[in-house]
Design a protein around this ligand. Structure first.
Ligand SMILES: [Zn+2]
Length: 209
């Protein structure tokens, strides 16, 4: 097999595919091979879908999630509790929460996370948009629903610092045992966190006389 020359269409495709995070030359070459050799129809669909999405999809002016038009369906829903705002990393997190039917308030999507390994780089989180969202809003409670990763913890810390002078009730999702799990199969970190964040079932009572 001959190597592609610089600047030809094949090389340009490989270069373009590297737009994705964690995609290096080898992975980009494999992707290009799949698209050009095995699935040209899929490649054309991808091209059309990408072009359409670039034309149609923007960010909701309230919650910052992806949507078509100015406002997403959740922000437009009058039935949602406007006093409670859940902050998540990505639009997919909203889908997960909605599937769980456990939050009837609104959301704000940071569209990224704080990186503790890069000097707490804040450039990938929409903090200014969040501040603007909260100004003159009826929000009373903020639920920080960031991931339980180093990035999620750093993001939760930054949010807590950012909001600590504000009057909101602020909470973060609890860490704990997965539903349906048995103790012996749960990893030590999750188990320890479940012990630290255990819930009180009954206060201590005086011993009966
Ligand atoms: Zn919205």
């Amino acid at each position: 097999m001959s190597q592609a020359k610089d600047k030809d269409a094949y090389s340009a495709l490989i270069q373009a595919l590297r737009v994705f995070p964690n995609v290096g030359v080898k992975t980009a070459q494999r992707m290009a091979h799949t698209l050009l050799q095995h699935n040209r129809e899929g490649a054309a669909e991808l091209l059309a879908a990408l072009d359409n999405a670039l034309q149609q999809v923007g960010n909701c002016r309230h919650c910052n999630t992806f949507c078509e038009g100015e406002e997403c369906t959740i922000c437009a829903d009058e039935q949602r509790d406007k006093t409670r705002l859940m902050i998540v990393h990505m639009p997919a997190d909203i889908a997960a929460m909605e599937a769980a039917h456990c939050h009837d308030g609104l959301y704000f999507v940071l569209m990224g996370s704080v990186s503790p390994t890069q000097n707490m780089d804040l450039s990938h989180v929409a903090l200014e948009k969040l501040i603007a969202r909260l100004a003159d809003s009826p929000v009373q409670e903020i639920i920080i629903a960031t991931s339980f990763t180093a990035e999620g913890d750093a993001t939760a810390y930054i949010l807590t610092e950012l909001l600590k002078e504000q009057p909101y009730k602020i909470s973060r999702l609890a860490r704990g045992m997965p539903l349906g799990s048995e103790l012996e199969y749960v990893d030590a970190g999750t188990l320890a966190q479940a012990v630290y964040e255990r819930q009180l079932l009954q206060e201590k009572k005086d011993a009966p006389c």
